[in-house]
Design a protein around this ligand. Structure first.
Ligand code: URA
Length: 222
């Protein structure tokens, strides 16, 4: 079993405890599964709308589904998913309580980067999810996750992991390295886990996030 062995979205028995609008999230997921706004829809086995109950107030945004995700319809399975699970464990955050999605919901062929047109076509789904989940904080998983959230590529990505930037609707974005990017880079993996430890402490502290707040330095600054 991959990193997605837990129960599928929507989870059972949680609706009463949530601030997220789960019926709206389910409606968006149906819309994503029926979506034909860009050519990626023609090549998918499954669209991957995202999953999690959002009860932690945390919404994680990656780049695009890979092969495992396309096969299962679930985000962050396989090696990247295992690294995401490590990060959440380091932060002391339970995966079912975050909502996990990506900036495009269908797998690009050969796992290439999504094109600007594909990103733009999928962005309304992402912004709908942000509006329905009303998260306390967004987490960009890597450069593409961040550019998808902001609607444009940040010029200085390397300086941002471990810190907060301003996101859509005034919601702060915590910037993380992508879980797949750290697989073969030990120094990055150490920074990645350090960032997530600091993020968990910040989350529990209740301290508001302001753009520019650095919880832990990026690997390039070490
Ligand atoms: N990488 C992503 O960015 N998203 C996924 O769902 C899986 C891998």
């Amino acid at each position: 079993m991959g990193a997605c062995g837990a129960s599928a979205f929507p989870p059972e028995g949680l609706a009463g405890a949530l601030t997220a609008d789960l019926p709206r999230i389910a409606m968006i997921a149906d819309r994503v599964r029926a979506c034909g706004r860009c050519p990626l829809s023609a090549g998918r086995t499954n669209a991957v709308p995202g999953e999690g109950d959002g009860s932690s107030g945390i919404l994680l945004v990656g780049e695009a589904p890979g092969r495992n995700e396309d096969e299962t319809g679930r985000p962050f399975c396989g090696a990247a998913g295992r690294n995401l699970d490590l990060a959440l464990k380091e932060a002391g955050i339970l995966r079912p309580t975050v909502f996990v999605t990506s900036i495009v919901k269908c797998r690009p062929p050969e796992n290439r980067d999504p094109t600007p047109a594909e990103r733009a076509a999928c962005r309304p789904h992402l912004l709908d999810q942000v509006a329905a989940l009303r998260p306390r904080v967004l987490v960009a998983l890597g450069r593409h996750g961040l550019s998808g959230l902001l609607g444009e590529a940040p010029p200085n990505f390397a300086s941002l992991p471990g810190s907060f930037v301003a996101g859509p609707g005034g919601i702060p974005v915590f910037v993380s390295l992508h879980p797949a990017a750290v697989i073969y880079r030990q120094r990055w993996k150490e920074a990645y886990l350090r960032h997530w430890r600091a993020f968990g402490e910040w989350h529990r502290s209740g301290v508001p996030a302001v753009p520019g707040l650095v919880l832990s330095p990026p690997p390039s600054a070490e």
